[in-house]
Design a protein around this ligand. Structure first.
Ligand SMILES: Cc1cc2nc3c(=O)[nH]c(=O)nc-3n(C[C@H](O)[C@H](O)[C@H](O)COP(=O)(O)OP(=O)(O)OC[C@H]3O[C@@H](n4cnc5c(N)ncnc54)[C@H](O)[C@@H]3O)c2cc1C
Length: 410
């Protein structure tokens, strides 16, 4: 009897997308060899706690891991950690690694995520200027957050604001500088921005809107001492966190000649324009049947859903990506849950009163619910998920009337 050689599937990346794919392949009893290569020293892990419970010191590092390393290895999946993939040879179907070895693949999955957008301004290489994307970044920042220190956060998006909430609780003096006229402007509507502005200022955070940063001032020993502003002002600082977004990590794909457009372009089955290469997670610009247009999303739900779709594709099944995106953020005692994309709405409906006891904003387009943001109101998020997924038409009066049970609207 001739033993048929097993194919090898190589996954590049060590984030939520790569880790979920490993698990999904295990669950599906995928018969081929699986090798994961990540340039991080950890088994695949989740990033959300990096600006929340892990930064606050409430959970330890191992709780970030999606699974202990032994689970994958006991199941025969290989993890090559701390090794960077430097190139893809699509003709030889092999990848070149930073330890100078090469690895052959039959199928390759790129789950290379994103990297932080750096602020290029005078003084941006001074010590004490932090970014937040991986475990090492949080460890470095957490050590600095001691009472009385002055932390300046550049960027009023959800990561910057989560850090502000943790830091102020630790007795740090926190200033948030946001260039736009409201907080989290890219992802949410004015009601939520106003609510979070009030939360942060009540907690003692100095939030400055419409405030653009032009550079950093040096103090002793090459450390940052302040942040300079476009209006000529200056904010003294002992520590700075720059949190101004991420850029999809497409270098490998671009160098290999794969189609990229602010993200590796993939279809609803996570396939690139090379039939043997898939891509999933933050690094993609993807087709999700739920939307008319291609999307690029930075969220755990997107990483997980695409990883499950990729597992099906690798198994030869057809499971197109077709789900409404969702997201969450924790700041103080507030849990914000969001579903859908609100940007194109033509009507907003507030349910409840904007306070900690729970309220929601429904975003409608031509009468259909396209997105919901819920604060401490999980029922609005759960019902909202179904309304958004079904693109359900619901009257504004019914959505705002708290005497009408939300469940009855599904
Ligand atoms: C601080 C923080 C808080 C967040 N909070 C939330 C939240 O509350 N809710 C939410 O939905 N989302 C949140 N996100 C976003 C979410 O974590 C990302 O959307 C998710 O991690 C995307 O997963 P990914 O696997 O696609 O990419 P990533 O998690 O970025 O993983 C990519 C991996 O690929 C590796 N890699 C890249 N290039 C190479 C290479 N050439 N060779 C080898 N390895 C390589 C990287 O080192 C990394 O391990 C947060 C992100 C951060 C940073």
């Amino acid at each position: 009897m001739v033993n048929k050689k097993k194919d090898t599937t190589v996954i590049v990346g060590g984030g939520h997308a790569a880790g979920t794919l490993l698990t999904a392949l295990l669950q599906k009893k995928y018969q081929h060899e699986v090798v994961l290569v990540s340039d991080e020293p950890h088994p695949p892990y989740q990033r959300p706690p990096l600006s929340k419970s892990y930064l606050a010191g409430e959970v330890d590092q191992s709780s970030l891991y999606l699974k202990p390393r032994s689970v994958y290895e006991n199941a025969g999946q290989q993890l090559r950690l701390g090794v960077r993939v430097e190139g893809i040879d699509r003709y030889a179907k092999s990848i070149k690694l930073s330890d100078q070895s090469t690895l052959k693949y039959d199928r390759l999955v790129l789950a290379t995520g994103s990297h932080v957008r750096r602020l290029k301004a005078p003084g941006s290489d001074l010590k004490g200027i932090h970014y937040l994307h991986d475990i090492a970044d949080t460890d470095a920042l957490r050590n600095q957050l001691v009472p009385g220190k002055r932390l300046v956060i550049v960027g009023g998006g959800y990561i910057g604001l989560e850090v502000a909430a943790s830091a102020i609780k630790k007795g740090v003096n926190v200033t948030v500088l946001e260039a736009a006229e409201r907080l989290m402007q890219r992802v949410t509507g004015p009601e939520m921005s106003t609510f979070f502005y009030a939360k942060h200022t009540a907690a003692g955070v100095d939030v400055r809107l419409g405030t653009a940063v032009t550079g950093f001032e040096a103090g002793d020993k090459g450390r940052v001492a302040g942040v300079t502003l476009a209006d000529g002002g200056n904010v003294p600082a002992d520590i700075v966190l720059v949190s101004i977004g991420v850029i999809p990590e497409t270098t490998l794909a671009e160098n290999a000649g794969l189609l990229c457009d602010d993200g590796i372009v993939v279809d609803e089955f996570t396939r690139t324009d090379d039939r043997d290469i898939l891509a999933i997670g933050d690094c993609t610009r993807h087709r999700n049947l739920f939307f008319e247009k291609m999307q690029r999303l930075e969220s755990v739900a997107n990483a997980v859903d695409q990883a499950r779709t990729a597992a099906a594709t690798l198994m030869g099944e057809e499971m197109p990506y077709d789900s409404a995106p969702w997201f969450w953020s924790n700041q103080y005692d507030v849990r914000l849950q969001m579903v859908g994309l609100s940007q194109n709405h033509d009507q907003r409906v507030l349910r409840g009163t904007t306070n900690d006891k729970g309220f929601a904003v429904f975003y409608l387009l031509e009468g259909s619910v396209i997105a919901v943001d819920a604060v401490n109101l999980p029922i609005a998020f759960m019902v909202g998920k179904q309304l958004v997924q079904q693109r359900k038409s619901v009257s504004a009066d019914a959505l705002s009337n708290t005497d009408i049970e939300l469940k009855s609207l599904i």
